[in-house]
Design a protein around this ligand. Structure first.
Ligand SMILES: NC(=O)c1ccc[n+]([C@@H]2O[C@H](COP(=O)([O-])OP(=O)(O)OC[C@H]3O[C@@H](n4cnc5c(N)ncnc54)[C@H](O)[C@@H]3O)[C@@H](O)[C@H]2O)c1
Length: 437
């Protein structure tokens, strides 16, 4: 693939559209505003804090990523979204209980000014939620057209020059790819016929992509991960990526598993369990939504360990993932991992990980980076699946037939090399022979 030509500069405002204005979305928006007001640091965000080495180790060139590639400035971000509850972003953030009252108070007028648009919603797909702030329409197609109207209204009234959509809505029930997802034409017919395999998140995806707006999927739903939407993304020159933000337990898994494989240590079993008490936890308490999440969380190990290449070490791994809804913890999830490994001559060992994390605190900078990088990709003319953003996802989307990279450090190298490639800099291979010539 040829390197992108000139990347259009980030002129004007960038609209950020968030289907789902719950814990992650409000923590993200509040955080951006706190950073803009110089009241907090954007910890966890590569676009804001990370540097990128260019040239040889001896060159001493390590600019900040945001100085190296033309990213939109935080001051130019304008927010909007949809939800099934009418609460504005301040009310939603207060209910989510992620940020302290003290922090929320500092951004109260800003958050109070962001009210959701009515959602395209159907309880069949998120059984634990029941909201009243929802669109009405004869068919799913009708609802998707209403979302397109929302997007155009937002574009006009907020005077944004570009837009990005990031799905931060609830996890929907498990849906397998079907014939109706195979082409744009069949997809439209299915929307008109109210086909059950068309979930609400897909309506947002279709509306965004056909409006020329890039789309990131933070949940494990299929959403943009179907041929119909991928084809539309190519036809409309739109960048897409997903799925399921890689935040806590899976992030740790994709760090530890590559270490075992690097050292040729064997794995017998990996038991992961979680307690969390936020709305996401309540939704995931439903078996249909849990199944979607479970599939997403289970995939990583198999791809990283490659049992087909290392049958002695990894052909008999017992991998289990549980999520338990436990309201007292709110957004502060606790994720335990018990890992049974074996070493020299097959002698067993154990590793225990107890990650007392904050779900939305980990997810918010990912939303920020995805928004800024998708907008960059869009301005660089990069369309379709953005595999270089795999770094941010539990189930990275790839071209058909291509297995995904799950190893966090391979993903990071892929991301940074893509930025170097976009800017015409040499790629870094870590060969290092040149220092000894
Ligand atoms: N926080 C993390 O670490 C993390 C990691 C990976 C994935 N995720 C996913 O991100 C999503 C958001 O997480 P959260 O903690 O903010 O959840 P949340 O429950 O606080 O927020 C989700 C919001 O989406 C709304 N919603 C549901 N269906 C909708 C629809 N069709 N249209 C518009 N709004 C809709 C809900 O009313 C709710 O306000 C979830 O799917 C979650 O699984 C979160």
């Amino acid at each position: 693939m040829e390197k992108p030509g000139k990347i259009a500069p980030p002129k004007g405002k960038l609209g950020v559209l968030l289907p789902g204005m719950g814990a992650v979305s409000t923590t993200f928006m509040a955080g951006v505003e706190l950073v803009r007001k110089a009241k907090a640091q954007p910890v966890g965000s590569l676009t804001q804090l990370s540097t990128i080495r260019l040239g040889k180790r001896t060159d001493g060139r390590s600019p900040l990523i945001k100085k190296f590639v033309p990213l939109s400035d935080l001051k130019d971000l304008v927010f909007g979204g949809w939800d099934i509850f009418k609460d504005n972003a301040y009310q939603a953030a207060s209910k989510a209980g992620v940020l302290s009252e003290n922090d929320l108070e500092k951004v109260k007028p800003f958050l109070s000014g962001i009210s959701p648009m009515k959602a395209a919603f159907d309880r069949e797909y998120v059984r634990r939620l029941d909201g009243t702030y929802v669109k009405k329409g004869k068919s799913k197609y009708d609802l998707a057209l209403q979302i397109k109207d929302d997007i155009e209204n937002f574009r006009k009234t907020k005077r944004v020059s570009r837009l990005v959509t990031c799905w931060c809505g609830s996890t929907e029930v498990f849906i397998k790819p079907e014939e109706v997802h195979s082409t744009p034409e069949k997809f439209v017919e299915a929307m008109k016929a109210n086909h059950p395999a068309i979930a609400p998140s897909m309506l947002y995806a279709w509306a965004s992509v056909t409006s020329g707006v890039p789309f990131a999927n933070g949940a494990p739903n299929l959403t943009v991960d179907i041929p119909a939407i991928q084809q539309l993304a190519l036809e409309h020159n739109v960048a897409i990526c997903g799925k399921d933000f890689k935040t806590g337990q899976t992030m740790m898994k994709t760090v530890l598993a590559p270490a075992f494989k690097a050292r040729m240590l064997g794995l017998q079993g990996w038991y992961s369990t979680n307690i969390l008490g936020n709305r996401d936890g309540e939704v995931l308490d439903d078996p249909g939504s849990f199944k979607t999440k479970e599939e997403s969380k289970l995939g990583a190990l198999e791809y990283i360990l490659q049992p087909q290449l290392y049958p002695v070490l990894y052909s008999n791994v017992f991998h289990k993932v549980r999520i338990n809804y436990y309201p007292p913890r709110g957004d502060n999830k606790e994720g335990w991992d018990n890992i049974d490994i074996f070493g020299w001559l097959g002698y067993p060992m154990q590793i225990k990980v107890d990650f007392l994390c904050r779900d939305s605190i980990l997810a918010a900078p990912i939303v920020l980076d995805l928004v800024l990088f998708l907008d960059l990709a869009q301005r660089a003319g990069m369309r379709g699946i953005q595999e270089w953003l795999s770094f941010y996802f539990k189930s990275p989307m790839t071209a058909p037939g291509l297995y995904p990279e799950h190893d966090l450090f391979i993903q990071l190298m892929k991301l940074k090399n893509t930025l170097r490639w976009m800017m015409g800099e040499g790629l870094i291979t870590h060969l290092g022979q040149e220092y000894y010539d």
